[in-house]
Design a protein around this ligand. Structure first.
Ligand code: NAD
Ligand code: LMR
Length: 423
């Protein structure tokens, strides 16, 4: 079997490499069974082998036909039947689509408002909460009133807290039974600042919110947008662990790096970025942002001498927006788009439809304790952290560079967690 080849898993219709599929089913089936299952997985429909996920999906045969095909191929293998049974059982145990409670903390801010709009439009959202401070540019109740007029089924309610308050004391009703909490609450950088410069102020903001989640919705997935993601996520995940909670519930949202890489590759290659899916691994600042161009079919056609500049473009994209906004904030609209892509993936997973996205979380696939790589969202949040896959020579060197910087930024977060505790 070719290592870089991707095949559609009929279970979730997502294209995986052999390595990813084997890692995913490891422990559930033995190697022979997984190999047999791989043989039943079809190559994504379209141009040639090794499709990117989006492409494979969009060009797939009509749903019914593809399903039937996958089934007839898979079932004679025996184990697929047991798997289908297990899946049916798992589906019974997950919540039905459309009933999830989502809270956007910092929901009246630059990212928060468009992110709340996009989440309100997700059919999986039944109850949307907008939380922000009394000094926000718009009262959260106003954002909620506005969004509550969309012709969507979800209810939208705003929650406000005075500056200086403790979220844990004010958010019981807001957070109780939440399935997903998205956290863009925090200060954005200005030209000349690094994301790291925001740690002092934003770590305390994040801690207040995470403390409230630990008490009122400890099973929710927390999608951390607030910067510096590289340090805030380890800090909050370790605080969760100290409290006896699951650190994997704390997930750093790095989807914007993938969105940017896809867009820039599409521009260079003259292709629709919708059919590009570049994994971006490492972290979310400077050289820690590491697009793996070799793993996307379209990106892999770009001449190797163009890769270093393209790589830098993805790394510096956030700074480009900060400079273009001239001191009036950082990326908000593209971040809302990316945050909603992440949020929808989490909710799809919770509803029993697995999704694969890149995300920053506790990880043991490298020698660093936190890392961005592909993860599978399923019942309860992250159900699998996927291996990095093959890297070319350039990417292997870049990985060392990314890890060196990321390590110091993780350490900042670990030190914060050592010095603090959740109430
Ligand atoms: P913003 O200032 O427009 O909005 C932030 C909101 O958070 C404000 O409404 C503010 O009132 C609110 N807030 C502050 N403290 C709060 C608290 N304790 N509780 C509740 N709400 C609180 O900023 P923005 O442009 O929306 O950016 C928010 C954060 O997202 C920044 O830290 C920024 O660096 C980060 N960001 C991350 C990514 C990423 O890719 N992960 C991308 C863009 C921005
Ligand atoms: C981004 O990548 O746009 C964000 O992390 C915001 C920033 O400060 O660059």
């Amino acid at each position: 079997m070719l290592m870089a080849e991707r095949r559609i898993d009929p279970d979730d219709k997502v294209a995986y490499t052999w390595e990813e599929l084997a890692a995913y089913y490891k422990g559930k089936y033995n190697k022979k069974e997984i190999e047999a299952y791989w043989e039943t997985c079809t190559a994504p429909k379209g141009k040639g082998k090794g499709k990117a996920k989006g492409k494979g999906k969009d060009k797939a045969e009509p749903k019914g036909k593809a399903k039937a095909k996958a089934k007839t191929k898979a079932e004679p293998k025996g184990k697929a039947k047991a798997k289908a049974k297990a899946k049916a059982k798992a589906n019974k145990e997950t919540k039905p689509a459309g009933s999830f409670k989502v809270c956007v903390c910092g929901g009246a801010g630059g990212i928060g408002q468009p992110l709340s709009l996009l989440m309100a439009m997700d059919p999986n959202v039944g109850d949307l909460r907008i939380f922000d401070l009394n000094v926000a540019m718009v009262p959260p109740a106003g954002v909620a009133a506005d969004l509550s007029h969309l012709e969507r089924k979800c209810t939208v309610i705003g929650h406000v807290m005075e500056v200086g308050g403790k979220p844990v004391d004010h958010l019981e009703e807001c957070l109780k039974d939440c399935n997903l909490v998205l956290v863009p609450a925090g200060v954005p950088r200005k030209p000349g600042m690094t994301r790291d410069d925001l740690f002092g102020i934003n770590a305390d903001i994040a801690k207040g919110i995470v403390e409230a989640c630990a008490k009122h919705c400890p099973n929710a997935v927390l999608g951390m947008i607030v910067n510096p993601v590289n340090s805030v996520v380890p800090a909050m995940a370790e605080l969760y662990k100290k409290k006896g909670l699951d650190p994997m519930k704390i997930v750093g949202i790095t989807t914007l790096d993938v969105v940017r890489a896809n867009k820039f590759v599409g521009e260079i290659a003259g292709k629709n970025p919708n059919y590009v899916n570049v994994p971006v691994i490492g972290g979310h600042a400077g050289v820690t942002i590491m697009p793996v161009f070799s793993q996307d079919k379209v990106a892999a056609t770009i001449a190797s001498e163009k890769i270093p500049d393209l790589d830098k473009h993805v790394q510096n994209a956030g700074t480009e927006v900060v400079e273009a906004k001239g001191g009036k904030g950082s990326a908000t609209l593209s971040m809302a788009y990316a945050g909603a892509r992440f949020g929808k993936a989490v909710l799809a997973g919770l509803s029993g439809r697995k999704r694969t996205e890149c995300a920053y979380c506790k990880s043991d696939i490298t020698d660093l304790p936190y890392f961005t790589q592909k993860v599978v969202f399923g019942d309860g949040g992250i159900t699998k952290v996927l291996p990095l896959g093959e890297l070319n020579e350039y990417e292997t060197k870049r990985l060392d560079e990314a890890k060196a910087q990321l390590k110091t930024e993780i350490d900042t977060g670990l030190k914060y967690a050592e010095a603090n505790s959740l109430a």
